[in-house]
Design a protein around this ligand. Structure first.
Ligand code: DMJ
Length: 933
């Protein structure tokens, strides 16, 4: 097979290569020059240490993959806390997230080419045999077309690509006869009915057995899809066509891409997040580089690299120009509106955009890549992981972290481009954090809340497909890998496709659309090789000099926008109306509102609704003020809601053999000791008698000095608390009596008082759903003595303790237990739901503080935005830039240091910041998650 590349050449420096060389190989080329002259900056990492880290990655992979194979296979995914397979239909539905699961041993297929990259050729051979023997692609199950394409079709093709490479080498896979490719083709044909729309954009979901739109299919009524969902097919589909000669796949993927390109917003050259697959209208007109859009851009550039088709590069460059013009606000990348690209659409960023610096390396634009990557790294250093979303002033916006690989991906590409050992240190931190916070006895568990350190019973297949690949490659030398990685391109799921495909079966006619772009200024996007003098100056400290000014960007962040307000004061102009000052009865205020394009609608129930149409504002400055005002209103509203909602708490099992590795998220109580303000409570647990805790305990000697376990039901939570307190308990855990309830599926539960004064309750009380509670009950059955820590945030594990008392393998079964969750919404229960007084007390209205009630009377903020698309903009202007967070942090650290009873870590997040982080703009995120996993 020829490896000679098609497409444009890259001068003599990288002859005879596929178009990949045009952009990606530049990084490799510069790596050589950068490393050879390295003199200062981050200390170089020795070969020995790199090997050590590489071996650590291999061990971690074995832990993840081994546990999946042992405890979950042939299920799609491992549930690392309960140590079993996630089988769709057998677990409570998680909604759209489950659409990746097609009962086709997803994790095994997604891991295939990782095995080869990690030099586990024997295991690869076994894995391929298992796929061929066990995997059925004809299940009556509705799956996401996007996820099935990138994970399963991509996984099969990556496996095939490396299988033929190995076969050619003559040692392994000698029996292989394109069987994975045949499966890929079968799957390709199964996905094709999704493209049966007039636009050519695929339906988002398909039934593997019945296709779409038939009654048995149970899908095909959808009207919208995300841009990434429709625009992330070309690599896999083109590879399938070129491997098999069946051109139809590439044709369909091209058609979808052509349609998206046609529909780009012509003045901004941006695309929206979701599009109507029938009409082509943009449904969500916000535009960024993260969730919902990300891999559309990635595939335009990589399609050019793989297929050598200039039109893809032209499109990419046009979009890239728009991204850098409107979305890039270094080091931030902020969503804007496609029609009004100067207006931000959000005040937060999502974790998926962390892939973008890697793509910028591929493009050859290193400076902004370094800047954004540095900003993301600082967010990680603050929270150990990249939260799913974080605000422009770097607070947690959405606290989950499902072990996403994007940041590792960008780290790898930046290291390749700069040779700066700093990026090796970054990779080392990622490894440490994964082992410290996500590793559980049965694999690696997603973080449910990066602030509390609690886990989710989930290990997504992309963790194996991508994370270990990028981390291993980061530390590997050329000779550590049994093939030349630069002969391949990474798909968005990090599957490997050979670059020689660019010259194979090129029967798809390339559209020569160059003339269409003559009006565009392409001067920044010269098609010749990127100028290495500009991109990779000979200064070895280049990357460091770009990072330097950003080194405290997260810690020192001020709410953005404050400068503008100060400026307006300085210039003598009247400061804009602030939400906190607004009174709906003040005619002057109403006049200002009008100027800002904000209209006031009186609802029938007495509330008022505010809607802003920026276009109706008197000027663009007024429109901006209006957006800021609306944003403040939203924040005001969320503050009011926060006052009713406490953040989750953590129950951490600290005794043998858990040693803090299992963290259960617990519901807080509105009475008793506030764990955010006091030291954590640590003690052995004991069940109370009666178990419901509704009368004086008959076993006070058993609970004395311990944390009492009580069952939910029969009486008020406060009553239970008083009974265990009287018996001498130092804390209480109420366990839900609704069998099977789980924090995986229920909103966070909050225990309220009994409507009377609860100041007499001094002990901390936490609530666990049944699934999480049973982990503690099971532990008691198995180990009798079970010690837990009740806190507002899980503490670091105590390695000394762990070393003293290593877990025995027989006992490990119980480690494999379920746990925790916080959720997107919060349930506040004023009483225990089984209480006889339930009905009367439940009708008690939730109250606002009097000060807030005034504002809430004029505006009911939670209801006020009828058109969020027009209203999200600008971060808080309130407050001054103080170091309050740091002061509180220091204070809590000092307090903790002086407490001899606490040996568990020192990072206590101040409650103010937890409260501030909690529960913001959940709806928007859910929408985002729905669009793309
Ligand atoms: C992966 O499945 C792919 O990288 C996709 O493009 C985005 N999300 C996940 C990982 O976070």
């Amino acid at each position: 097979m020829s490896k000679a590349g098609g497409g444009r050449g890259c001068g003599s420096s990288v002859p005879q290569r596929a178009p990949w060389s045009l952009v990606a190989a530049t990084a490799a080329f510069c790596l050589v020059s950068a490393t050879s002259v390295w003199t200062a900056g981050a200390a170089p990492m020795s070969r020995e240490e790199r090997q050590k880290l590489g071996n650590q990655v291999l061990e971690m992979f074995d832990h993840a993959y081994g546990n999946y194979m042992e405890h979950a296979y042939p299920a799609d995914e491992l549930m690392p806390l309960t140590c079993r397979g996630r089988v769709r239909g057998q677990e409570p539905s998680r909604g759209d997230v489950d659409d990746a699961l097609g009962k086709f041993s997803l994790t095994l297929i997604d891991s295939l080419d990782t095995l080869v990259v990690l030099n586990k050729t024997k295991e690869f051979e076994d894995a391929v045999r298992k796929v061929l023997r066990d995997v059925n692609l004809d299940n009556d199950v509705v799956v996401s077309v996007f996820e099935t394409n990138i994970r399963v079709l991509g996984g099969l093709l990556g496996g095939h690509s490396l299988a033929i490479m190995l076969k050619e080498k003559g040692e392994y896979m000698q029996w292989y006869n394109d069987e994975l490719l045949q499966m890929a083709k079968q799957l390709g044909y199964k996905l094709l009915p999704a493209f049966n729309t007039t636009s050519g954009l695929p339906y988002p979901r398909i039934n593997l057995k019945f296709g779409v739109r038939k009654p048995e299919a149970r899908t095909g009524t959808e009207t919208d899809t995300c841009t990434a969902c429709a625009g992330t097919l070309i690599l896999e589909f083109a590879a399938l066509s070129r491997f098999t000669g069946a051109t139809i796949f590439e044709e369909y993927a091209r058609k979808a891409l052509d349609f998206l390109w046609e529909k780009r917003q012509r003045s901004s050259n941006l695309v929206g997040v979701t599009i109507n697959i029938h009409t082509g209208d943009w449904v969500r007109k916000d535009s960024g580089v993260g969730a919902g859009i990300d891999s559309y851009y990635e595939y335009l550039l990589k399609a050019y690299v793989l297929l050598g088709d200039d039109s893809f590069l032209e499109r990419f460059n046009t979009h890239y120009d728009a991204i850098m013009r409107y979305i890039s606000q270094p080091p931030l990348l902020l969503d804007v509106h496609i029609h009004k690209p100067m207006l931000n659409a959000r005040t937060w960023m999502d974790a998926l955009l962390a892939f973008f610096p890697g793509l910028q390396v591929l493009k050859g634009d290193i400076r902004p890549a370094i800047e954004t990557h540095e900003m993301l790294y600082q967010v990680i250093k603050k929270h150990n992981f990249l939260p799913e979303a974080f605000t422009t002033d770097f607070r947690v916006h959405w606290a989950q972290h499902p072990l996403r690989p994007e940041f590792a991906e960008s780290t790898y590409f930046l290291y390749k481009a700069t040779g700066d050992p700093y990026y090796l240190e970054v990779g080392k931190t990622l490894i440490e954090n994964l082992n410290k916070y996500a590793r559980v006895p049965c694999g690696f568990a997603a973080m449910k809340d990066v602030r509390t350190g609690s886990h989710e019973d989930r290990m997504d297949s992309f963790f194996l497909a991508e994370m270990f690949k990028y981390l291993y490659l980061l530390f590997a030398d050329k000779e550590d890998i049994i093939f030349d990685i630069e002969d391949y391109i990474f798909t968005t799921e990090a599957h490997l496709l050979p670059l020689w495909l660019s010259t194979t079966n090129q029967s798809i006619s390339k559209k020569n659309t160059t003339s269409e772009y003559t009006e565009l200024d392409d001067s920044n996007f010269d098609w010749s090789c990127p100028n290495t003098q500009i991109l990779f100056p000979n200064d070895p400290l280049y990357a460091q000099s770009i990072r330097e000014p950003l080194k405290n960007v997260v810690d020192k962040s001020c709410p953005r926008g404050i400068i503008r307000v100060e400026e307006s004061f300085r210039s003598g102009a009247k400061p804009p109306l602030r939400a906190r000052d607004f009174m709906a009865t003040n005619p002057e205020h109403l006049e200002i509102l009008k100027k800002m394009g904000v209209s006031l609608i009186h609802l029938k129930d007495g509330r008022v609704q505010l809607v802003q149409h920026a276009i109706q504002a008197a000027s663009s400055i007024d429109a901006e003020d209006g957006l800021r005002f609306m944003q403040e209103m939203i924040e005001l509203s969320s503050q009011q809601q926060k006052e009713q909602q406490l953040p989750p708490r953590a129950v951490q099992i600290v005794s043998h053999p858990f040693f803090g590795r299992v963290v259960l998220t617990a519901g807080p109580a509105q009475f008793g000791l506030d764990l955010s303000k006091h030291k954590e409570t640590r003690g052995f647990v004991a069940s109370s008698k009666p178990y419901n805790g509704c009368s004086e305990l008959t076993n006070p000697e058993a609970v004395m000095g311990k944390i009492a376990l009580i069952q939910r039901g029969q009486c008020m939570f406060a009553e239970k608390a008083r009974h265990i307190q009287n018996a001498g308990a130092i804390g209480g855990i109420v366990i839900d009596d609704n069998e099977g309830s789980s924090s995986d599926t229920a909103p966070l539960f909050q225990m309220a008082g009994d409507g009377k004064d609860t100041d007499d309750i001094k002990i901390p009380m936490l609530f666990l759903f049944s699934k999480e509670g049973s982990i503690i009950l099971d532990a008691i059955r198995e180990y009798e003595e079970v010690e837990v820590l009740l806190s507002d945030k899980a503490k670091d594990r105590d390695p000394e303790m762990e070393n003293e008392d290593q877990p025995s393998s027989e006992n490990d079964s119980l480690n494999q237990s379920a746990e925790q969750i916080t959720s997107s919404s919060q349930e506040v229960d004023l009483v225990d739901q089984k209480s006889p007084e339930e009905s009367s007390l439940n009708s008690q209205p939730e109250s606002l503080s009097p000060a807030d009630t005034d504002k809430a009377a004029s505006v009911s903020p939670s209801e006020q935005i009828s058109n969020p698309m027009e209203n999200h903009e600008i971060t808080s202007l309130d407050g001054e830039c103080t170091d309050l967070d740091n002061q509180l942090q220091e204070q809590s650290e000092t307090e903790e240091d002086s407490n001899p009873n606490v040996s568990w870590g020192k990072k206590v997040q101040p409650i103010d910041s937890i409260l501030a982080d909690w529960n913001e703009d959940i709806e928007a995120f859910e929408m985002m998650e729905k669009d793309e996993l």
